[in-house]
Design a protein around this ligand. Structure first.
Ligand code: 1PZ
Length: 208
């Protein structure tokens, strides 16, 4: 029935995955760390959004999926996010191309990008998806991307569907999307905060 199909919408699956993670933080006493594997599994769920965005974001999808995949592979060896960062600190590979800690930083940016995008999407201004995504990208990712990447992304933005089409693709109404996006915004903020603290508490800046 309607209720069951709603429960299985891509957005609600994403919201639920991050709520489960943030519950571990808030209820489980895991206040300054997270287990790597469940974190990666929640991050993988975000990938369904890409199929709603069109072919222009194939590259972003591959980028994001590769980095989550690297961390999932690392979860065989590392139990928690902090052990990943500590490993790279010890090896002086925190910012090295392809290191787990660098990939974790990039995945965190992806989560934050979506959070910011949802926030713009829900704002009273009823921005187009293009405007909501462009603003989010400029704020969260663009400062750390090369000129070539920024140019490709801004070309891609012109191919994004309309708000109405996105909602159709996601199997949501305005009202249901509002609810699910808010759930994600709240839960992902907790997760992002934890990740940032892992870096800051070890003297790693967040300007990269
Ligand atoms: C409905 C959602 C619309 C969102 C549209 C936003 C599109 C953002 C496109 C980002 C393209 C990223 C291109 C690749 C950038 C790489 O240079 C960097 C640096 O990698 P490194 O040098 O460390 O190997 N990679 C990243 O920053 C990873 C970024 C992943 C973020 C992807 C989007 C997140 C999820 C969007 C959900 C649909």
């Amino acid at each position: 029935d309607r209720k069951d199909s709603r429960k299985e919408s891509p957005l609600s699956a994403i919201a639920q995955a991050f709520e489960e993670i943030s519950d571990l933080i808030n209820k489980g006493g895991d206040v300054d760390d997270l287990r790597l594997k469940p974190f990666c599994e929640a991050c993988s769920k975000v990938s369904v959004l890409f199929s709603c965005l069109g072919i222009a974001f194939k590259f972003a999808e591959m980028e994001y999926t590769a980095k989550v995949g690297d961390l999932l592979e690392a979860s065989k060896k590392f139990n928690t996010l902090s052990s990943v960062v500590d490993f790279d600190l010890k090896n002086k590979t925190v910012k090295s191309q392809g290191s787990h800690t660098r990939n974790l930083r990039r995945v965190r940016q992806g989560l934050d990008l979506i959070r910011e995008l949802f926030q713009n999407f829900l704002s009273a201004e009823k921005y187009s998806l293009k405007k909501a995504a462009t603003t989010a990208y400029q704020q969260v990712c663009a400062p750390y991307h090369t000129w070539a990447v920024r140019t490709a992304v801004s070309a891609g933005m012109c191919t994004l569907p309309t708000r109405e089409q996105l909602l159709l693709n996601l199997n949501e109404t305005d009202k249901s999307a509002d609810k699910e996006m808010r759930r994600y915004i709240k839960a992902s903020s907790d997760v992002i905060k934890i990740i940032d603290n892992l870096y800051i508490s070890r003297g790693i800046t967040l300007d990269w």
